[in-house]
Each structure stands twice: as structure tokens, then as C-alpha cells.
Write a protein of this length. Structure first.
Length: 166
């Protein structure tokens, strides 16, 4: 497994679809782009920015459930892609008991963002689907959380339900 960091939550301009980028912490700094739904993208962006909402969102509820059961999120692992669908696991610890739960990557990443759990990608997956992004310049300032959330607000203002059919 390769440890990665969540580097961006953006909107792909060609498909008008949110995408999350997971970048290797060490090595060649490849990124794994995963297309996700708008609600999950918003949830991840809110967690990164520390936005408080009046009522808990689904991923806030997941975090509270895990903690109320005396468990903790050890890590999230994006494990594979089959037929263009990504799969992930949430690894939990409850006392001496370890549990691995299957999850959509977007939900697992949103939970990890709320619990500060480390993110990993399977070696084989990064080998087959990882990309090196052009324009990744260490000297460029990182995009602020406010800019990321602004991109999603613009996306959410323009998206229509029929965009998701098909």
C-alpha cells in the first residue's frame, strides 16, 4: 500500500463532474483521480475547510457513530477499480477487534477527512491508474480551501438532475 494525501477536490471541466485527487506522499508523486458525486465532493470540501453545518451531514453522522461505539478509523484504503468503478475499505479498531468495511471511495475519504485517518492506495491500483499531473510545481502556492469550496458552489449552482442520467 502507498500512503497518499488528499490534494484536491475539483470539477472536471470536460465532464462537469467532481473529481478527487489522491497523491503519493513519497516516490514519484503520482496522483489517482477518482470521479465522485457532487454531494460527496461538497462533504469532503466542507471537512477540509472546517465548515460547520447546522445539522450533521451523513459523514458527520458516520464519524459520530464510529466514535459512540468506542471505535476509531485506523485508515482508508482505495483497493481497486473494476469496470470503471473504484472500491475502498474503511479499517476500524474497536478495542481488540479490527473491522474492515467495504465502501465507496468518496464516502471513505469524506470520513477520513473528518477523523484525520490516513489514506492509502493499493500498489497495483496506483501502478495501473496513477498519473503524474503536469503543472505540479512545488513552488506554486496550493489552492485554498475557500477556492475549492467556491468551485463546488459554482458547480452546484449549474448542475441539473438530468446531468446524472444515463
Amino acid at each position: 500500500m502507498l500512503e497518499v494525501r488528499l490534494t484536491a477536490v475539483r470539477v472536471d471541466l470536460q465532464s462537469n463532474t467532481p473529481v478527487v485527487l489522491l497523491e503519493e506522499k513519497l516516490g514519484s508523486r503520482r496522483s489517482l483521480p477518482i470521479f465522485i458525486g457532487a454531494p460527496e465532493a461538497t462533504a469532503i470540501a466542507f471537512a477540509l475547510q472546517g465548515v460547520d453545518v447546522p445539522r450533521p451531514m451523513t459523514h458527520d453522522l458516520m464519524k459520530e457513530l464510529v466514535e459512540s461505539l468506542g471505535a476509531q478509523v485506523l485508515r482508508v484504503v482505495v483497493t481497486e477499480v473494476r469496470d470503471s468503478t473504484y472500491f475502498a475499505e474503511i479499517h476500524l479498531q474497536q478495542g481488540d477487534r479490527r473491522v474492515e468495511m467495504s465502501s465507496r471511495p468518496s464516502d471513505a475519504i469524506a470520513l477520513a477527512a473528518r477523523t484525520q485517518a490516513p489514506l492509502f492506495v493499493a500498489d497495483e491500483l496506483m501502478e495501473s491508474a496513477g498519473i503524474v499531473l503536469d503543472g505540479d510545481d512545488e513552488n506554486e502556492p496550493e489552492e485554498s480551501s475557500e477556492e475549492i469550496v467556491g468551485e463546488f458552489r459554482t458547480f452546484l449552482d449549474s448542475v441539473r438532475p438530468e446531468d446524472f442520467h444515463g
